[in-house]
Design a protein around this ligand. Structure first.
Ligand SMILES: [Zn+2]
Length: 143
């Protein structure tokens, strides 16, 4: 999907057929069927397929998020640069926030400001592998 569509064009109290959605968003019916394949929920298997406005809106919102500059696994999003950036290797810190959630903090390799992202602790090893560092997990200091 190259263009993003305004999720609010989907009215939450309505349901739409594939044709309705295609017309409303100015896309091909095939595009709408693609959305269904990609996870847009339909009411049931009956024909014509009906799509709830709420589901459509949700789906488009999610697509929008996916569409937002996506960080590669080796990158963190820098708020200052407004771009995904590689972290400075020696600044990377892994912090245990809760028993299930961790946070990686690092300085942006371009502007040097602090970047961070949350991750599930169970993903720690894969995140460390992606960032090409193996560092001890630090306990968060309370207070
Ligand atoms: Zn930056």
């Amino acid at each position: 999907m190259k263009r993003t569509h305004n999720p609010n064009k989907s009215q939450i109290h309505r349901s739409y057929t594939v044709e309705d959605v295609a017309l409303r968003f100015g896309v091909h019916k095939r595009t709408v069927r693609n959305w269904i394949k990609k996870g847009l929920a339909i009411c049931d298997d009956k024909r014509p397929l009906l799509i709830l406005g709420t589901e459509l809106r949700l789906f488009l919102q999610q697509q929008r998020k996916v569409h937002k500059r996506k960080c590669k696994p080796s990158e963190l999003y820098c708020l200052k640069c407004r771009e995904p950036r590689l972290p400075e290797q020696y600044t990377i810190e892994f912090i245990e926030e809760t028993s299930t959630k961790g946070r990686v903090m690092a300085a942006c390799s371009v502007c040097n400001s602090l970047m961070n992202k949350y991750f599930k602790l169970e993903n720690l090893t894969s995140i460390q592998r992606d960032l090409a560092v193996i560092l001890p997990l630090q306990q968060k200091h309370i207070g």
